[in-house]
Design a protein around this ligand. Structure first.
Ligand code: FE2
Ligand code: FE2
Length: 262
């Protein structure tokens, strides 16, 4: 059966260079059937632009997922309506640009990718729990495998979603915190679960921001202009090996430092 390489939030130009620097080697080594990348921070740390999305698709990324920064760059709005392999949270307002589900097919296997946003510290138009019910109902046999990128702050909300969907989807992978968790496992019903995949970008900052600026903002409690950090780039994500649809056989973290050639 196939496998899915999921890559956590790509942060800024360094994150993009890390993704594009490491992806060819990861493809050769892991031979994923599908590659899904969260791109919500790909443009200077906030949002994504059409050219950045095009570059990811040209590199063979099958689906781009987003999150609470989906609409930060206004130029992406028409692109979201015009491209069916980039998804914003499904539980945003229905009249918002874009869609929350993408279906891609490879070698006769159809993968649905769903983006959902959590409700703890984040805005959603509808409950992610209600929303996934209508999404799964709407799929109506159009997909063999289902991957849910649950973009949420609280591990409790994410763990609950994992249990809620256990046995009904292939994987529930959390994003948004930019910090990877060590709780990856296949739940008893066959759903691969991980609370957060981590980020792809500078580990030498504070979840992607220059550490001096992040520290200053906390110490001084005054406004500070944030820039993306440029130190210690890593790619973080997970490889999900799939079994009899929709089940997963295994999930393992993928975390690689990137050393650009000088
Ligand atoms: Fe993010
Ligand atoms: Fe986020």
């Amino acid at each position: 059966m196939t496998s899915i390489l999921f890559v956590g939030d790509v942060v800024g130009g360094l994150g993009r260079r890390t993704l594009h620097g490491l992806l060819p080697g990861l493809r050769a080594e892991l031979e994923p059937g599908f590659v899904v990348v969260n791109g919500e921070n790909a443009a200077g740390g906030l949002g994504i632009t059409p050219s950045i999305a095009d570059e990811m698709f040209a590199a063979g990324v099958d689906v781009i997922t987003l999150g609470n920064h989906a609409y930060h760059r206004r130029e992406i709005l028409p692109y979201l309506d015009g491209h069916d392999r980039i998804v914003r949270p499904a539980n945003y307002l229905k009249r918002h640009p874009g869609r929350g589900v993408a279906i891609v097919e490879r070698d006769g296997v159809r993968l649905a990718v769903v983006n959902l946003v959590g409700t703890v510290f984040l805005k959603a138009a509808r409950s992610p729990f209600d929303e996934i019910e209508s999404v799964l109902g709407g799929l109506d046999g159009q997909a063999d495998l289902v991957l849910v990128d649950f973009h949420a702050e609280a591990t409790s909300e994410k763990v609950a979603m994992g249990w809620y969907l256990d046995g009904r989807v292939t994987a529930v992978i959390g994003t948004h915190t930019h910090v990877p968790t060590a709780d990856e496992r296949v739940l008893p019903g066959g759903t691969a679960y991980m609370s957060d995949a981590g980020m792809t970008g500078p580990r030498g900052g504070v979840i992607g921001v220059k550490k001096e600026q992040a520290i200053q903002s906390l110490v001084d409690q005054m406004g500070v202009r944030f820039e993306t950090a440029e130190e210690d780039p890593w790619l973080m994500g997970a490889l999900i090996r799939c079994g009899a649809p929709p089940a997963a056989l295994s999930i393992e973290p993928v975390r690689r430092a990137w050393a650009p050639e000088r």
